[in-house]
Design a protein around this ligand. Structure first.
Ligand SMILES: Nc1ncnc2c1ncn2[C@@H]1O[C@H](COP(=O)(O)OP(=O)(O)OP(=O)(O)O)[C@@H](O)[C@H]1O
Ligand SMILES: [Mg+2]
Length: 343
């Protein structure tokens, strides 16, 4: 059976880096692993051997058990349209500028695409482990509510009202009544804007049953997945991490662990500068105080939310090659994140 590991957390905390690092570590411990990344930095993408646009899973020559893929939300949406709308409506949807706009701007859209694509890879059964990085816009608990939000969008009240309740008869009605009216309005506006919007909503609405069913499948997968929350000791990602423990939606299970990334070394807390210049000593003292603050925060977090906790050190350089990614995981302290990955 394929296991799924969801790497969530606030923006910029290191989700993509940690996903890649866990992928490399798992592969090196003999687990057939796929990492699905979202928008990796150029050098990280190169290290993982993926193109920045729409990369299907490809094996890494230098890492026998590792595959990497790059999430392409628009591609995933096109697949969805082709799967759940009839061919004509799917063609119209994919070609409709509002489809492109909705798929890139609706907040849950990227998360839904990521969850959908991950679910497809898991269903394919080709890997023992699929590590899923989450999009910057929705690395928070929204990732887990995205399927329900998508269903609500496609079957939403606004859409129902605009496109009618039951489809076939209403489509007839739409063609007979709304469409000519929109044409007149468009003539005044000098474009076919309104007609395009209406057509888009109508076509989107026909995917409702399919999207709703798929959302339920995705939610079921997500419920059996293991998730971890990545955070740093900064206030904003901490707030996001806390939400996973306080307001987790019913669709997801509690995260298995919290990863404090970019952690300062604890040795700095009691560092004795010896005979150095006063400015240097002051500098060390400040860093020591920050290391202390970070440790207090972790102790409080672990105590309050009774969770496994691991720290990943702050490296002087962005870890982007395979060895430095693996090293990131082996230098983790506290709970061993690789324990999560074992089948
Ligand atoms: N432990 C670390 N030490 C040093 N640099 C790190 C570490 N972890 C991540 N970084 C760097 O921090 C930056 C942000 O990391 P990353 O892109 O993985 O975050 P993210 O959570 O995926 O961001 P986004 O929310 O935008 O997707 C990158 O430049 C990355 O190389
Ligand atoms: Mg990222």
């Amino acid at each position: 059976m394929t296991r799924t590991l969801l790497v969530t957390g606030g923006g910029g905390v290191g989700k993509t880096t940690v996903s890649a690092a866990l992928g490399v570590a798992a592969a090196r411990s003999g687990i057939r692993t796929l990492v699905v990344t979202v928008d990796p930095a150029r050098r990280l993408a190169d290290a993982l051997g993926i193109e920045l646009q729409g990369a299907d899973p490809s094996p890494l020559d230098e890492e026998p058990n590792l595959w990497a893929a790059m999430l392409d939300a628009s591609q995933s949406w096109n697949t969805l349209a082709r799967t759940h709308a009839d061919p004509e409506a799917a063609d119209r949807l994919v070609g409709n500028p509002f489809f492109a706009a909705a798929t890139s701007h609706f907040p849950a859209s990227q998360s839904f695409a990521a969850a959908e694509e991950a679910t497809r890879f898991v269903e394919g059964g080709a890997w023992e482990l699929v590590v899923v990085d989450t999009p910057p816009s929705a690395g928070g608990i929204e990732f887990f509510t995205a399927p329900a939000e998508m269903t609500a969008l496609v079957g939403g009240r606004l859409l129902r009202w605009l496109t009618g309740g039951r489809l076939p008869g209403r489509r007839f009605l739409f063609n007979r009544t709304a469409k000519p009216a929109l044409r007149i309005a468009d003539t005044v506006l000098g474009s076919d804007l309104l007609e395009q919007i209406a057509q888009f909503l109508m076509d989107l609405r026909t995917t409702y049953d399919g999207v709703a069913a798929r959302s339920r499948e995705i939610e079921a997968r997500m419920r059996t997945a293991t998730s971890i929350v990545v955070t740093t000791a900064d206030p904003s990602p901490i707030r996001e991490a806390v939400r996973f423990y306080r307001e987790l939606p019913e669709v997801a299970t509690r995260p298995a662990a919290v990863v404090f990334n970019r952690t300062l070394p604890e040795e700095w807390i009691d560092a004795r500068p010896g005979r150095v210049a006063a400015e240097y000593a002051e500098n060390l003292r400040r860093w020591g105080a920050e290391a202390q603050r970070q440790r207090d925060l972790r102790v409080e977090f672990a105590g309050r939310y009774r969770t496994e906790l691991t720290t990943i050190p702050w490296r002087p350089h962005a870890p982007t090659d395979l060895d430095s990614l693996a090293e990131l995981v082996s230098s983790a302290e506290g709970f061993d994140p690789v324990d999560l990955l074992r089948p």
